[in-house]
Design a protein. Structure first.
Length: 309
């Protein structure tokens, strides 16, 4: 059973396409990761799913409800967490959750216990009487997650939930997502923190210029890089010149520089790979390492993005 079905979704701003025929089915009870470069259409897609934007074409259903024809039912079925935290001043954590529980017409007698349960779920029980505007960013993000759950939605839509968090806060956020999965919630997460996304998600979808360019389990996406392998080139000096040189060579899909070495997404065969090494050495660079590296989600992302024209 699919919790979300997106068919040929299109959104246009002026003459610019934010989404171009985007298709995606999200299975109920699974955690999906939505990734892509800035401007790829991730937030636009999530906003349409949350009924905050109207599509210009295609159809979207969430928990069996059409986002255009049944927006009120969609809103009851989802918990939406945008990439910024909004709160009224002067509210304590319990008051913040009780306010939203009232907005969702949760009976008054149920709200205190519901608030306690949600604060415990996100590990904020000790902050129940703290003012929200005094909480750390990580605590605010977890409180926002609890707010998304006050009406027990079937689908969670989380736009950059770990943005700006330190490593400890990100680990706490990951644990909350694991708890949601154990509760059989369907979760869609947008994030730029790819290694951690790979740990949390059952499926990964990569968007580029509003189009789906890769979709599948983490293993499938990382293993299938459309014939592209990742090479590491470590040189003694002149790295900026090497990066410029590599950008001009055939079979190069993408080049990314780190201190002292270059990461190359390379679409050529072994013979072309050998020729590239010779060309680098003939260019005067002293090569300390030239090797293929095992692919991961970041490598897959770099390999498949930038190819859509």
């Amino acid at each position: 059973m699919n919790a979300v079905e997106i068919n040929n979704l299109t959104k246009i701003y002026g003459t610019n396409y934010a989404l171009r025929g985007f298709n995606l089915d999200i299975e109920a009870g699974k955690v999906y990761g939505l990734i892509g470069p800035n401007g790829a259409g991730k937030t636009t897609a999530m906003s349409i799913m949350a009924t905050l934007l109207a599509p210009d074409g295609g159809a979207v259903s969430v928990a069996g409800f059409d986002v255009l024809k049944e927006p009120a039912s969609v809103r009851r079925a989802i918990g939406y967490m945008p990439d910024f935290f909004g709160v009224y001043d002067g509210l304590k954590a319990t008051e913040y959750l009780e306010f939203y529980a009232a907005a969702y017409r949760i009976p008054a007698k149920q709200r205190p216990q519901l608030t306690r349960d949600l604060l415990e779920l996100v590990n904020l029980s000790e902050k129940a009487d703290c003012y929200v505007d005094l909480l750390s960013r990580g605590m605010k993000q977890r409180l926002a997650m609890a707010r998304c759950l006050v009406h027990d939605p079937a689908v969670l839509i989380l736009d950059e939930p770990a943005s700006g968090l330190d490593p400890r806060a990100r680990a706490e956020m990951k644990e909350v997502v694991r708890q949601l999965k154990r509760m059989n919630k369907t979760v869609l997460i947008s994030s730029h923190i790819l290694p951690e996304l790979a740990e949390m998600c059952d499926n990964i979808t990569i968007l580029e210029q509003g189009r789906l360019v890769a979709n599948g389990t983490v293993e499938e996406v990382t293993a299938s890089r459309q014939g592209v392998r990742v090479l590491k080139v470590d040189v003694t000096d002149r790295l900026p010149e090497l990066l410029d040189f590599l950008h001009e060579q055939p079979n190069i899909v993408n080049v990314d520089g780190d201190p002292g070495w270059a990461r190359i997404s390379f679409a050529g065969d072994k013979a072309a790979q050998g020729k590239l090494l010779r060309d680098i050495m003939e260019g005067g660079w002293t090569v300390l390492e030239f090797a293929e590296v095992k692919g991961n989600l970041e490598d897959a992302f770099m390999a498949v993005t930038g190819e859509v024209g």
